[in-house]
Design a protein around this ligand. Structure first.
Ligand SMILES: [Zn+2]
Ligand SMILES: [Zn+2]
Length: 279
């Protein structure tokens, strides 16, 4: 038997991180508790996905912890209070060489989301967008990598596509062109893009014209309104207490820019895995 259900953004958080990633806190069980207290109907855990060669290990669980994490999610699915559905997911940094690996992961879990946090393709040398001023060339690299991930067919939505704003501080022709490329690519591949609240919890960026959040970037979402883009929002919580934090501010960014949040349709198969589509 298949059970179908639709969920609006107000009652969903599919972007959450627990103690497993090393820079977050709280257990999966505590997330279930928090989700229930905040009236969520659909909670997805999306830990940063480890890869077999250990790349990006500073920002995620060890590859050997995968089983334990997925087991915790499975337990949460079975024990969550009525009215709350739990999904197992991962946030994946994408490189084409991990395509097959992520396809295998996707078969085991309910959904994957993508993000680009690191611009290096060298296993032994990270180039994090959180630690480096981005040049115009870096911005193009970010865009190419982001578009490759959107084109992979693996992901439900792209997380914080405007993350480049963290260290690319000017809004210029390049920023606009890259934003348009990412948005167009998302539409072509039927992948949603996320207005991410976590950027509003980070230290503000000082520009000549004043201070702004590192992301979400207003001009990015202003451009998005020119396109039939599917938009979602999440708190990107790294602590259970932040499970719904920033929802209203993100909803305001959406409404200011004439964007409408899409909903999710979740079809549950007998095996227990869920198939999620955008509606
Ligand atoms: Zn994180
Ligand atoms: Zn995240």
């Amino acid at each position: 038997m298949m059970r179908n259900q639709e969920y609006t953004q107000e009652v969903v958080n599919l972007h959450t991180h627990s103690f497993y990633c090393g820079h977050g806190s709280g257990t999966v069980e505590e997330y279930v508790q928090a989700a229930s207290e905040h009236g969520l109907a659909l909670l997805g855990m999306s830990e940063h996905c480890p890869v077999p060669d250990g790349r990006w290990h500073r920002s995620r669980m060890d590859y050997s912890q995968i089983e334990s994490y997925e087991h915790d999610c499975q337990t949460a699915k079975e024990t969550a209070p009525g009215g709350l559905s739990v999904l197992t997911g991962y946030e994946c940094d994408y490189l084409p060489e991990y395509q097959n690996y992520y396809e295998e992961v996707a078969e085991r879990v309910d959904y994957l989301i993508c993000a680009i946090h690191d611009l290096s393709t060298d296993l032994n040398h990270e180039y994090s967008v959180f630690w480096n001023q981005l040049s115009k060339k870096d911005l193009v690299t970010y865009t190419d990598m982001y578009c490759a991930s959107l084109s992979s067919g693996l992901f439900l939505f792209g997380a914080h596509p405007d993350l480049f704003g963290y260290y690319y501080h000017q809004w210029d022709r390049e920023a606009e062109a890259c934003s348009r490329a990412i948005i167009a690519c998302a539409i072509t591949n039927n992948v949603a893009l996320e207005i991410n609240a976590n950027g509003m919890r980070k230290r503000k960026v000082q520009l000549e014209e004043g201070w702004r959040h590192p992301y979400p970037l207003s001009p990015f979402w202003e451009i998005a309104s020119e396109y039939p883009l599917q938009v979602v929002t999440n708190s990107d919580a790294h602590n259970p207490s932040l499970i719904k934090e920033g929802y209203e501010a993100c909803a305001q960014i959406a409404s200011e820019n004439n964007l409408q949040f899409c909903s999710y349709r979740v079809e549950r198969e007998q095996t227990g895995t869920a198939c999620i589509t955008l509606v």
